[in-house]
Design a protein around this ligand. Structure first.
Ligand code: HEM
Length: 204
């Protein structure tokens, strides 16, 4: 539960930040959406996330390009069966390559690009396998979705974010671990937005 529930969320959040830092225009759209829908005198709350479609699309696009468990959790066949035309004997280990399915050009236009807008087409949600599928699918799906959306949204609402230099942030994947994290831990510059001072002043 600790590994399944913490690193997955932390790394998904890191991938999301990394992508919006490399695409400041997307970060701006998400910030404008939050400012318009929530205003400047309160922090966003979990209930707000469903009214922030652009933020949701960023989360979905992050889960597509960077599924925390790229080859899913290994499963074992309990009986001899046939899968995609192949005979699979009982007891075989089965890995599902979610990473590659999420970059299948027959489903995803410009699959290598980070394009949150693609999720305007709601049918694409059903093609996402980041949390597995069926009886053994991730039981933390709902929690993960809410936590990532709220954390990302709050970071965007409260801070101005920038890359630490002109160069793009390294978005290569660390292939030495089972869960997928960026090779280089993300470093970014941030500056508190006025809303943070207002809220802190209210407590002073
Ligand atoms: C972005 C966050 C997360 C991602 C991408 C993710 C992804 C996955 C995937 C792909 C599986 C395997 C599903 C399958 O075998 O078909 C899984 C299983 C699991 N996840 Fe998550 N997960 C996330 C967050 C969480 C959280 C927050 C929790 C709990 C608090 C959690 C608990 C579990 C557990 C207990 C399993 C094993 C379920 C079983 O084998 O029956 N996960 N997760």
């Amino acid at each position: 539960m600790i590994i399944a529930g913490s690193e997955t969320i932390a790394w998904t959040l890191e991938w999301a930040m990394l992508n919006v830092l490399n695409h400041p225009e997307l970060l701006k759209k998400a910030r404008t959406e939050i400012d318009t829908k929530i205003g400047f005198d309160r922090l966003m709350d979990e209930a707000d996330t469903k009214n922030l479609p652009y933020l949701q699309w960023i989360v979905l696009e992050t889960l597509r390009l960077h599924p925390a468990a790229p080859t899913n959790v290994p499963h074992s066949t309990s009986e001899d069966c046939m899968l995609a035309g192949y005979d699979v004997p009982r007891g075989s280990m089965l890995l599902v390559n979610i990473w590659s399915m999420h970059r299948d050009p027959s489903i995803w236009e410009d699959p290598e690009m980070f394009k949150p807008e693609r999720f305007k087409n709601e049918k694409l949600n059903q093609k996402l396998l980041s949390f597995g599928m069926g009886r053994r699918a991730c039981p933390g799906y709902g929690l993960a979705h809410r936590v990532v959306s709220l954390a990302l949204g709050s970071m965007i609402q409260c801070f101005e974010w920038q890359r630490i230099g002109q160069e793009y942030v390294d978005n290569s994947e660390d292939k030495t671990v089972v869960l997928m994290r960026p090779t280089t831990p993300l470093l970014a510059m941030c500056k508190a937005r006025p809303i943070v001072h207002e809220i802190l002043d209210a407590f002073a």
